[in-house]
Design a protein around this ligand. Sequence first.
Ligand SMILES: [Zn+2]
Length: 343
Amino acid sequence: MRRSTPFLSLITLTISLSLTAAPARVHTTKTHKLEEVAEGVYFATGTGAMFLMSNAMVVVTDEDVVVVDSHITPAASRALIESIRTITEKPITTLINTHFHYDHAHGAQSFRDVQIIGHEYTREKLIAAPLEEHSFLNLQAAFERGLVDLKRRLDETTDETERGSLEAQIAFNQAHIKATEEVQPVAPDVTMSDRLTLFRGGREIQVHFFGRAHTAGDVAIYLPKERIVFTGDMLLGGISWLGDGYVSEWSATLENLKSLDFERILPGHGPIFYDRARIDYVQAYYEDLNKEVVRLRKAGLTAEETAAQADLTRHSDTLGVKDRGASLDAVKRIYQLLDQNND
Ligand SMILES: [Zn+2]
């Protein structure tokens, strides 16, 4: 027992070192935290002052600035641009959108005179009917419902502290709903199918499509010298939203992503992570989810029943799946794809 102690503490030390490797400088504005993950490369997340919903990456080259993802509304992306202005005066020339989802792409209109790079599929989706996409409409409906509920609670409460909190939440919801009215989606004007590389101001910025995953056009942005990858929503620290996903193909796509030599993973939501084992965890979950849904569908269950009964609790330790069940959006999506294939 005593002999194992030094070994254990070595493990603990290694883990804590890997979590805290090269502490990043954080530059904070009212709306954004810009975490400098390598010289001139920033991971942009929100301070909570406004609703951004997704993360972004900012790459300052010797000549210009390349931004990856543009938040949920023009107001949110204007705040990002203002925050970038506090770190550099170089022109923002390029925006790369990881995928078409509203929370990553609907701020694109704030960027003037830039080239917008995205996958061919992302362009297709953003010139079609982005304001009719179910992902966008679902969130809008949730905000509207939330507002009605908050107002009802405000009418009912007599507690002054709760009143203040509810009023703040109402203002936050209203500000977001108002900000959404301004959205005029902009599609990429430079598209790619598999790979595109920018050689720019002393930097190499690779844009990779590895296969279908969260959508049919997710790209990962890779900085080989800095060993950083920005993954959008094709890879988060946990389970992504699966409502537009290709769950049966997702694990293979992530396997392709693993071919890159990176150290830091900057996800579209949530904090940076370093632990590549997390990729294995989500791969295993998507594989099991797909199997489980196919099995229950064959047994004649509806999507609702499958969503309630699917057992993925063996992912409890890795992904915190403690209870039976799976996301109904995910199950409906898997059913939809199987129905299309008449399978
Ligand atoms: Zn997404």
